[in-house]
Structure formats: C-alpha cells, structure tokens
Design a binder for this molecule. Structure first.
Ligand code: 13P
Length: 278
C-alpha cells in the first residue's frame, strides 16, 4: 500500500530506525525494491532520480509503482530523488508520487531556501512531502550523481532552513559520498548530533552505498530516518550479470531480467536489515 512520506519518516525518527530509499531505473529495479519490502515486511521508499528521466517518464514510474504497491500490504512511498526542475516536480506530483526532493544544494543558501519554499507550497497543497538538501556530498566511485566539492551542513543554517521552508525531511552532508568510498569513510557524527539537536524533522543520509555498519547505526541513533542507496545496487547487478554472460550459457533476455530482480533484492534486503536493526 502507498503511504505518506512524512508519516513514514516521522515514525522512523521517533522510533529510531531508518527507512531505506532505493534508487530505481527500470521495471526490474522497481520490482526488486517492492518485493524486498513485501517479503521482509519492511516499509520502503522507491526512489526515482530525475537523472533517470532518459530511462523512464515520471508518469510511467507513478503508474507502475502504484499498481505494484497496491498488491503489497507493506508500506511503500514513491519519491522523486535529486530534482532541480520545478516542472519535473509538478509532473511527479501529478503522477502520484508521495514525495519529491528539491535539490537546491548548489545554490546560495537564501536562494535554496526561497526555491525550496516554493516547492513546499505546491507539493503540500497536493498532500505530497518534500525533502531538501543543505551542504554537498563528494562523489566516490561508480556513482552517476553530479560531481561536487564536499561541504558539511551547518547546524545553524539547517535550523533556519527547516523552520522557514517547512520541508518534511532534510538531507545533510556529514562526510558520506555518492558512490563507493575510495578510502576510509570520514563521517563526522558530531556534526549530525549538532544538527539533530536543533532540527526535529527526519534527517536524511545520502550516499548509503558502502557506508560501514557502525557508522550507519550511530547516524540512526542521532536523527537519520531515511538512508539513500543507489550505486551498490547497480554495481552488484552489473557484476553478477557480467558473470552470467561469461558463463557460456545461451541466455534469453527475459531470464537475465529475472536474474536482475534477484540481484537487486540481495543489496536492498541487506540494507533493510541493517536500517531496522540499528
Ligand atoms: P549511493 O549511490 O552512494 O548509494 O548514494 C545514493 C544517493 O544518495 C541517492 O540520492
């Protein structure tokens, strides 16, 4: 069943677990994420990044996810990930997304606040939740997010931003990276603690792939209620499909497609178990 983004994450922050937000780009990834939630009875966020618009249109994603979620008794939210376009956000709202992320993180603070507030006004009028981002994540390996210089989120700015924009969730930058880590992750939970002390809405950790378990647990204990995972799903599926193709069997594309669903579920279920157990 489809549920409210805000209710899902407010409960998670209060009860100190995180909901996994897993990126999808095609039928196989969508099915892998929704089946993982159903089979483990775990609430889940299906995240479609605006960067994947060449793969699927928002109304196609909306129709598919809503149909599949209706057949599952586990809570599902459909989220538009990293979107800079007001027009695409409006299309996602119309397509039945539960929430949208307006990514104004590259803008000056005041401008990010102004644009985010505008998105909140439109989205909330339709009962759709909003996530925004302050600060910026660096880019690790195999990511297809944009490159950026790392900027840690300022707790003072986060407080003003959350109060004035009325967003439902705030993505923070504390040292995780988009993609797989090139070296040892340098996550500063101290910054997160300072943000969580002054911002009471659910906080979001981007760059979940490869983040060590102990760090994930500490983040969840300190206000993180949503964790995004993309790259590791792709890396695992691509590696395993490559191995299948190298095995010499004459594969039919329909068989590869079913295998892909299974490879997606391996990573999604691993992170679901970690986020709930924390
Ligand atoms: P990873 O690709 O590092 O898992 O990050 C995903 C993400 O933050 C999507 O918004």
């Amino acid at each position: 069943m489809m549920v409210s983004f805000s209710d899902m994450l407010t409960t998670a922050r209060r009860e100190r677990y995180a909901v996994g937000s897993f990126n999808v780009y095609n039928y196989e990834t969508i099915r892998g994420v929704i089946e993982s939630g159903r089979e483990t009875r775990t609430p889940v966020i299906v995240a479609f990044g605006a960067g994947y618009l060449p793969n699927m249109e928002v109304d196609e994603v909306g129709a598919l996810v809503r149909t599949m979620a209706a057949a599952s008794d586990t809570p599902v939210a459909l989220h538009l990930d990293h979107c800079k376009s007001f027009d695409v956000i409006v299309r996602a709202v119309k397509a039945g997304f539960s929430s949208v992320m307006y990514d104004g993180s590259a803008l000056p603070f005041e401008e990010n606040m102004r644009q985010t507030a505008r998105v909140v006004e439109v989205a909330h009028a339709a009962g759709v939740g909003v996530e925004a981002e302050l600060g910026a994540l660096a880019r690790g390996e195999h990511s297809n997010e944009e490159d950026a210089s790392e900027i840690y989120t300022s707790p003072d700015e986060a407080k003003v931003f959350a109060q004035s924009t009325k967003v439902d969730a705030l993505a923070v930058s504390i040292g995780t990276v988009h993609g797989m880590y090139k070296g040892v992750p340098k996550v500063d939970v101290g910054v997160l603690k300072k943000i969580a002390a002054v911002v009471d809405i659910p906080l979001v950790l981007h760059g979940g792939s490869g983040t060590p378990e102990a760090i994930i647990r500490e983040c969840i204990a300190n206000g993180i209620a949503k964790i995004n995972v993309n790259t590791e799903i792709s890396v695992n599926a691509v590696d395993k499909i490559r191995a299948l193709l190298a095995s010499g069997k004459g594969w039919h594309l329909s068989e590869i497609s079913r295998e892909e669903v299974g490879f997606v579920k391996e990573i999604v279920k691993k992170y679901m178990a970690l986020f709930r157990a924390a």
